[in-house]
Ligand binder design. Structure first.
Ligand SMILES: Nc1nc2c(c(=O)[nH]1)N[C@H]1C(S)=C(S)[C@@H](COP(=O)(O)O)O[C@H]1N2
Ligand SMILES: [Mo]
Length: 400
């Protein structure tokens, strides 16, 4: 993807540029070729800087370059103070039914259901509406420390239309309780021994949907939304796990009951033990708001100076502190990147003064202003699903 093909300066893609857009989809292949050069797979380092390898990571650790249409994860050792915004070509990619290529000239976003005005927007209609931009980072609800080292994570600047503007224009009727967001991607699901077609979809109660930070995003880091991230329009629900951010958005439907499709009712559902009144019960919940989480992803060395770097994600509640503990030492405050904002990821770093030679364990924890402290993994509730892994993540490494 060459930059001048994808970014059109201010106003993203016009319908008249359809031919050019077709070309950029194919140009993705060329980008893949560039991406396979070894420099891409290895973390960017400043002159004289070297990474200190983690001993919990295989020595030959690498990941394949991003492939058009495929899934992708970030080498989190790439996260440094110069990569506050994740490069669009390296932002993680997850989808469950493959990537639909929507026809931009016939693209329509339909607003249906319990509304006063059923509306249809073309891409040009959406581009002509007032736009705002926001930094937001998110991770997949299935992100995990092992194997991919938290790689299903990224942070970007998003630009688009306020969701509440669209919902207000449609006029939600009093019986409207739940807003369902459908993607243009459809898969076959076996439900009760019957195969049915279902589009990827997620839903929100009206109050959550009306938050003024929610966006129909048309741009990502100053470029038209890339194909893999939902071209031409995706939902962005800041502070929620990635699954809420419906890509290739084609329909918004208002209904009077909760939506129970696969990604709300069966998948991306956490099963955990909770207190319900005075009973301990196994409770299922849809993956929604990002739990308070920090993770160390990088230790670098410049001559004799060592730096520990990591990221924090949460639901947007302001933070009190991020702390790092080395071996059995005290918790020490890390510094939070001043570019952080409410819904961006918060990068943190801490100098590591005179680490002794030998094996070390380092771990971080974040605390928000309400006094919530990131728990250790053993303090997390007993859980039977792979979603929502936010306990403290100790990392090990050897200083030579
Ligand atoms: N239409 C559609 N939107 C989707 C998905 C999908 O399968 N189809 N996957 C979701 C999941 S599970 C995640 S983690 C994020 C990933 O967004 P990204 O690929 O832009 O990083 O997209 C979400 N939006
Ligand atoms: Mo996800």
């Amino acid at each position: 993807m060459s930059d001048n093909e994808l970014s059109s300066g201010s106003k993203s893609i016009g319908i008249s540029r359809r031919a050019a857009i077709k070309k950029t989809v194919n140009a993705g292949l060329a980008a893949g070729a560039v991406a396979s050069a070894p420099g891409w797979v290895l973390p960017a380092l400043a002159q004289g800087e070297e990474l200190v390898p983690f001993s919990d990571m295989p020595e030959e650790y690498s990941r394949p370059p991003a492939r058009p249409g495929g899934t992708h994860f970030l080498d989190t050792r790439l996260i440094s103070s110069d990569s506050f915004y994740t490069d669009n070509r390296d932002f993680y990619v997850v989808q469950h039914y493959g990537q639909p290529e929507l026809d931009l000239s016939n693209y329509r976003l339909q607003i249906t259901g319990l509304v006063d005005n059923t509306i249809e927007y073309s891409l040009a209609d959406l581009q002509a509406m007032p736009q705002f931009d926001l930094d937001a980072g998110f991770e997949c609800g299935g992100n995990r420390p092992l194997g991919i080292f938290q790689g299903l994570v990224g942070n970007a600047n998003w630009r688009g239309v306020r969701l509440s503007d669209i919902l207000e224009a449609a006029g939600i009727q009093p019986e409207g309780k739940e807003i369902v967001f459908f993607g243009g991607d459809v898969g076959v699901e076996e439900i009760r021994e019957t195969e049915v077609e279902q589009a990827f979809a997620r839903s929100l109660p009206v109050a959550d949907a009306m938050r003024d930070v929610n966006m129909l995003a048309l741009q990502m880091n100053g470029e038209a939304l890339p194909q893999g991230h939902g071209r031409p329009v995706r939902l962005l629900i800041p502070g929620f796990y990635g699954v809420a951010n419906v890509k290739w958005l084609t329909q918004i439907h208002v209904q009077d009951r909760r939506y129970m499709g696969r990604f709300m009712g069966r998948d991306y559902v956490t099963l955990k033990k909770e207190r319900v009144g005075d009973q301990e019960r196994w409770v299922e919940n849809s993956v929604t708001r990002i739990n308070l989480k920090s993770a160390i992803v990088r230790v670098s060395r410049m001559a004799d100076e060592f730096t520990i770097t990591g990221f924090v994600l949460n639901d947007g509640t302001p933070l009190e502190s991020v702390e790092v503990k080395i071996d059995d030492g005290p918790w020490q405050r890390a510094e939070i990147d001043p570019r952080s904002s409410q819904y961006s990821w918060k990068l943190f770093s801490m100098p590591w003064i005179n680490p002794g030679a030998g094996e070390h364990t380092i771990v971080s924890r974040v605390t928000d202003v309400n006094g919530n402290v990131q728990p250790t993994r053993s303090q997390l509730p007993e859980k039977v699903s792979r979603w929502e892994n936010f306990g403290q993540m100790p990392r090990t490494l050897t200083i030579g």
